[in-house]
Design a protein around this ligand. Structure first.
Ligand code: NAP
Length: 480
């Protein structure tokens, strides 16, 4: 098998496959075509699923040490070729080269942790003799792979979020079919390349490129696909949930994360963390800081420092190491963000800095006094825009933080342990960062949201749990 270094073929069940129809992959910062990938058909998807039936048996019969070796080798290959991986992320996506380099390092970690987790897929003995009449029974449960997993991934972390599905799936003995975002398919194909180099048997993994609207339904509704793991927007997530039927579903969706700054906070640290959390990946980050609730006694000082720090952000050519923020994923997305900001300004919001668009670039933008009726006060912006609010106390900050349909992560800056505990207890989110912004994650922690931010948890150990089922074994003995 020869590996493709370009994305001109997709990886179907162990083979690099062409298609009559191609999709152009463009660099969002200048709209230049950087490659083309196949637009898969429903027949391609059906073929992948048929082949994955064999792949699932192969994967389940691979001993743990072999799965560990393969996943670790894939990590090693990516680490050795990290520059190529980072350049690909920074070309097809909107991340800067510094952001992309960090994503590659995290992907290596994600795979190494997955390999380690393979040896911890434990069961337990069951004391059957607790039930009168079961004195002569002994047994246990163990976890077995569920079979075929369908994975659908977004554009904003085009490598590591794919690794978060592929690593645990293979480590736990499953076959997996990945449909990456149409705008960023090359990083996912490079992940397949790493697994080919690592010696993964054919049919265990497919990376099928194509439009979600054309091939998504086949993957989501097919009865042989026992789990759909989706990361992306709320609209697609809800549609997929409706269609999937009786199978496991994991939903990692969006948010509009809040951060609370109390008057006893280390202001310098709070400004630095929230600015970075708001503008990482040009704000296209599910954990990105969108709403900041600041105690009124420090609002003037905080606002001034926040705007000053934001104004220092260097926006431009994402391939340059000197740049802090690149473009959005497309001009269309930048226009969407521009319209949302303009709507807020028309309704009375105060523009403190930013608000300028140039093609796919949108300047880091800070708004204050955003009225409740504006779309961005409740919905996810997914762009480099942050809303600053003044609040009288922690209770008000918590109430307003919770007053949205999302709940992925939150942050609070305070030195008061009682107040931190109160926020931990009362904020409706999947994770709370104390003295940090919402934008903090390591790849082993349980990661996911409440409300419309999702269902289930990722983070390797937790994905492995979702991707396996317990099987009970009970021996009835003649004597006891
Ligand atoms: P998106 O538009 O929802 O697309 C995500 C993926 O779903 C793409 O591969 C897309 O394919 C596919 N898709 C869309 N509609 C589908 C359908 N009806 N059936 C099957 N597949 C379908 O999201 P995005 O714009 O790429 O990503 C941004 C969103 O992801 C944000 O809301 C962000 O918060 C969320 N996100 C969440 C997390 C998390 O872990 N919680 C992490 C990252 C991002 P096409 O590309 O072909 O349309």
């Amino acid at each position: 098998m020869t590996t493709q270094l370009t994305g001109q073929k997709m990886f179907l069940a162990g083979n690099w496959v062409k298609s009559d129809r191609m999709i152009e992959v463009r660099d969002p910062q200048d709209n230049s075509i950087i490659d083309t990938v196949p637009a898969a058909s429903e027949e391609h998807m059906l073929m992948c699923i048929e082949e994955a039936k064999i792949g699932a048996k192969t994967a389940a019969s691979m001993p743990v040490h072999e799965r560990m070796k393969i996943v670790n080798s894939a990590a090693e290959y990516i680490e050795k070729n990290s520059e190529k991986y980072a350049r690909t992320i920074a070309s097809e996506g909107s991340k800067t080269i510094r952001e992309a380099t960090k994503e590659v390092a995290r992907c290596v970690q994600t795979l190494r942790i997955s390999a380690e987790e393979a040896r911890r897929i434990h069961g337990e003995t069951i004391p059957f003799d607790q039930m009168p009449g079961s004195e002569n029974r002994v047994g246990y449960y163990y976890r077995f792979p569920i079979g075929i997993i369908g994975a659908i991934t977004p554009f904003n972390d085009p490598l590591n979020l794919v690794a978060h599905k592929v690593g645990p799936a293979i480590a736990s003995g499953n076959a997996i079919i990945v449909k990456p975002a149409t705008v960023t398919p090359l990083s996912a194909l490079l992940l397949a390349e790493a697994f080919v180099q690592a010696g993964l048997p054919p049919k265990v993994l497919s990376v099928i490129t194509g439009y979600g609207s054309e091939i998504g339904d086949v993957l989501v509704t097919h009865p042989a696909v026992r789990m759909v793991t989706f990361t992306g927007g709320l609209e697609a997530g809800e549609e997929i949930s409706r269609k999937a039927g009786l199978k496991k579903i994991s939903m990692e969706l969006g948010s509009n994360s809040p951060v609370i700054i109390l008057e006893d906070a280390d202001l310098e640290d709070a400004v630095e963390s929230t600015v970075s959390g708001a503008f990482w990946a040009a704000g296209q980050n599910c954990l990105g800081v969108q709403r900041v609730y600041i105690q009124d006694s420090i609002i003037a000082k905080f606002e001034k420092a926040f705007v000053e720090r934001t104004s220092q952000y260097r926006v431009g050519d994402k391939q340059s190491v000197h740049i802090d923020m690149g473009p959005l994923i497309s001009e269309k997305e930048a226009i969407r963000v521009e319209n949302l900001v303009n709507e807020a300004i028309e309704k009375g919001a105060l523009l403190l800095t930013g608000g300028e668009r140039n093609g796919a670039f949108y300047s880091p933008t800070v708004l204050a006094n955003v009225p409740e009726g504006c779309t961005i006060s409740k919905e996810e912006i997914f762009g480099p825009v942050v809303l600053l609010y003044s609040v009288s106390d922690l209770e008000e900050a918590i109430q307003r933080s919770n007053d949205v349909n999302y709940g992925l992560q939150a942050g609070i800056f305070t030195r008061d342990i009682e107040k931190a505990h109160s926020a931990i207890a009362k904020l409706d989110v999947g994770g709370i960062m104390i003295n940090d912004s919402s934008d903090y994650r390591i790849d082993t922690m349980p990661f996911g949201g409440v409300k419309k931010s999702g269902l289930g948890r990722e983070g390797i150990k937790f994905s492995v749990q979702e991707m396996t089922e317990p099987k009970v074994v009970c021996f009835k003995l003649a004597i006891h």
